[in-house]
Design a binder for this molecule. Sequence first.
Ligand code: PHE
Length: 357
Amino acid sequence: MTSNSSTQTMQEALRQLESETLTALAALSDVLSLEELRVSVLGRKGTLTQILRSLKEVPAEERSAVGSMANGIQDGLNQAIDQKKQSLQASKWQAQITTEALDVTMPGRVRTPGVLHPLTLVTEEICDIFRLMGFHVIDDTLCPEVETDYYNFEALNFPADHPARDMQDTFYTHVGPEVLLRSQTSNAQIRHMEAHQPPVQVVVSGRVYRNEEVSSRKNVLFHQLEGLWVDENVSMADLKGVLHRFVALFFGEERPTRFRSSYFPFTEPSAEMDVQCILCTGAGCRTCGHHGWLEILGAGMVDPNVLQGVKIDPEKYVGFAFGVGIERMAMLKYGIDNIRAFYTNDQRFLTQFRGLS
Ligand code: PHE
């Protein structure tokens, strides 16, 4: 090959490579294939690099012309590749901006914080009042809802077949007649006194169950708060004082109340307290059973038999106990005319008590 022909071949090869590369470049649509093309032409083993390496075969006098042509093509291709890279990047971002657009003016999702159940709020409020009067609020885990006949009845002076058992229609379990769902929180009195000698001054709240016909003022499940104060000098006057103070603090001094005698096998004497119905203000309505009053608690002086049963000396100690119906307290405070509202999980009802106390 003469020097001229080898120069010509090289120049042709360079031009062809240039135009092929530019055509391939124009057809490219992603950065990855662009990089592949760059490596195949301009990389260490790339076609243009190889041509540049063979420059030494070109006669010395023509080498500089061919060399500068090759360098020019190399620069041009480098530039074209850079430009293409920029435009590919720009269109990639553009696509991203349109597909992943974020509307910062869109309103956020509102997450409403949960609220405490009205019965929880009322129980807490009642406990706070008794704390003020020196009572300890005890944990109800030691006073089970599934209870034996002994703690729910017998130890509370309801012997078997005692007619007072009919006052509380009880749910019995499949386990047998001695295992039942407690019908009152008074089981807590026995369990607490078995474990503690006087002085005791406690309140404890929890669920109770009665096989009642469900109505706007009665449900098969409801809540009670039991109170017990046993010491050397506790009197009926203390019982009256504590309960009147409690009711006045909860409903306000103005609210009319009644304190009347009653009967429970485990207290002697026994009493009940009524609060005037808020819904009819005494005129009589469905919620108060047309009496104008709603019973909120039972109470009395602890029967000496009960103290003896838990090995507390009735010659030395006296005490009083009371059991408050929590739903009734809530209904009478907030004017709720249907007890079922507490259990149906209607958010419109439940959220009205947000922040109330
Ligand atoms: N346990 C009684 C009831 O549920 C209420 C009560 C409690 C009465 C404590 C006297 C003393 O009806």
